[in-house]
Design a protein. Structure first.
Lengths: 232, 242
């Protein structure tokens, strides 16, 4: 068990792993007091950075940034600030571009040299979720190679005491929770057992649940939006 | 919780406070008045930190304003502004990445990711909540730690830096100002801890090691390491709040 009073600091220091880390992340998304405490620790510890000696990077670093920036398109979060009412189609294409960049930000596992004759880019799965109330609820991208899921909520305001939970519904199967969604871009790694079911044609759904997510492991509230997974 | 006392005291700068800041005559605050209304509040937060707290010289405050302004331009898609941010901060952030990764090439890879992340996320930087260099340093530290962890086991590292952007939007300019004011305080408070706790907390911060990695390195059971650090963090918190 983690100590309630030191959890925020442990999170900021990145000491946590496993269940304690998951617990802290859930608290940040759902408990404003805890999130404030995380920021308090960040601000308090930040001055330690003064002790780190500067070190000039080689010119290749900027060259790499400039090259990758060019293919990245416009900054992502200025969209959130300035233009609240994007049409779903425009949003999906912008998100797809942004997500492609973001998935590239992760270090890739080394490529096997034996198969290097024609290296195919890892397939990417996208789903855009829409419902009656929320025509452009969120977009998700999934990279099977790294089992990495990126969730970009567009319009998502859960009432106090409620959470929004994401589900994978395999064709003909039971819903499997993909976790609670918060207001911001989130990235998470999916367990291998679930990853096998993240295939084109499966359905992704968003439901209204009690704070912290469905207690039963199955959706209990209204389904707000759904969308099919499709390969890009 | 404890921090709400500080947050609750004042989240906005009262007019008389603004006048007193401006009355302080720091050139930087006059510069702030040149900006549009929206930016003005943000820049005043810097004035507040630099002048009221007295902990920052004008040159440093000016550099901060330049950085805040550049980050705003970056959020609007200005590539030249990103270059400016890079020129101003890359040596520091490289130092942070290298200290964690201890590998020059890998540190440079992480550094590239950091600035691409800044390119994407500059719009989420809020100058009233963090100083620009703290914000950037935190991205660099987290990204380098992501690299470190993915080096050990592929696929387990989820970027905490993304998750932090999720946190609520409660303004706490004053909390930041207070922290800035006490920038020496964390050094002092760490020095009051027992040597054992101080050393492991510092290692955690500067090298980005997890509990299990720290325990393995020190050759003590995981539970022992956790209790050293937790006890140290609770004392640290008491000292930082004092």
């Amino acid at each position: 068990m983690s100590d309630e009073r030191s959890l925020a600091a442990e999170y900021v220091l990145r000491l946590l792993e496993g269940e304690e880390l998951i617990e802290a992340r859930n608290r940040i998304a759902n408990d404003p007091d805890f999130a404030a405490e995380v920021r308090w620790w960040e601000a308090r510890l930040a001055p330690l950075i003064d002790e780190v000696a500067p070190m000039t990077p080689s010119p290749a670093v900027w060259q790499g940034i400039a090259r990758r920036m060019g293919s990245a398109g416009a900054p992502l979060l200025s969209l959130r600030r300035g233009l609240k009412r994007w049409r779903a189609a425009a949003l999906v294409s912008a998100m797809a571009a942004a997500i492609l960049l973001m998935t590239n930000l992760r270090p890739d596992p080394p490529v096997q040299p034996s198969r290097s004759t024609s290296v195919q880019p890892a397939p990417l799965l996208l789903a855009s979720l829409a419902g009656e109330e929320v025509p452009d609820a969120l977009t998700i991208a999934y990279r099977p190679q790294s089992r990495e899921l990126i969730v970009s909520p567009a319009r998502l305001e859960a009432p106090t005491g409620r959470s929004r939970e994401l589900w994978l519904i395999p064709a003909g199967g039971q819903p499997i929770s993909l976790g609670v969604v918060a207001t911001g871009v989130q990235r998470r790694t999916i367990p291998a057992s679930v990853s096998n079911l993240m295939v084109a044609g499966a359905t992704i759904a968003l439901s209204d649940e009690p704070s912290g997510g469905s207690p039963s492991g199955q959706p209990t509230g209204t389904v707000l939006a759904t969308g099919p997974l499709s390969a890009v | 919780m404890m921090n709400n006392e500080r947050h609750g005291r004042s989240s906005a700068l009262a007019p008389e406070k603004i006048n007193s800041i401006r009355g302080g005559g720091a050139a930087i605050c006059d510069q702030a008045s040149l900006y549009s209304r929206g930016d003005f509040a943000s820049l005043l937060a810097i004035c507040h930190r630099s002048v009221v707290s007295g902990g920052m010289n004008t040159g440093k405050a000016q550099a901060q304003v330049a950085l805040v302004t550049a980050l705003r331009s970056v959020s609007e898609g200005d590539e030249a502004a990103l270059r400016q941010v890079f020129d101003q901060t890359s040596a520091k952030l490289m130092g942070i990445c290298f200290r964690i990764l201890k590998d020059h090439e890998e540190a440079e890879d992480a550094l590239q990711d950091v600035y691409l992340s800044v390119w994407k996320r500059a719009g989420s930087f809020d100058p009233e909540r963090a100083s620009p260099i703290s914000w950037l340093a935190s991205i660099a530290r987290n990204r380098a730690i992501d690299y470190l962890r993915s080096r050990r086991s592929h696929g387990t590292a989820v970027s905490d830096e993304e998750i932090l952007t999720v946190a609520d939007e409660r303004p706490d300019a004053l909390a930041v100002a207070v922290a800035q004011n006490d920038s020496e305080r964390v050094h002092y408070c760490l020095s009051t801890l027992e040597e054992q706790a101080r050393d492991v907390i510092r290692t955690a911060f500067f090298e980005g090691l997890s509990y299990s990695a720290l325990a393995a390195r020190s050759g003590v059971p995981l539970g022992t390491m956790k209790s050293w650090i937790r006890r140290g963090l609770l004392r640290l918190r008491t000292c930082l709040q004092a």
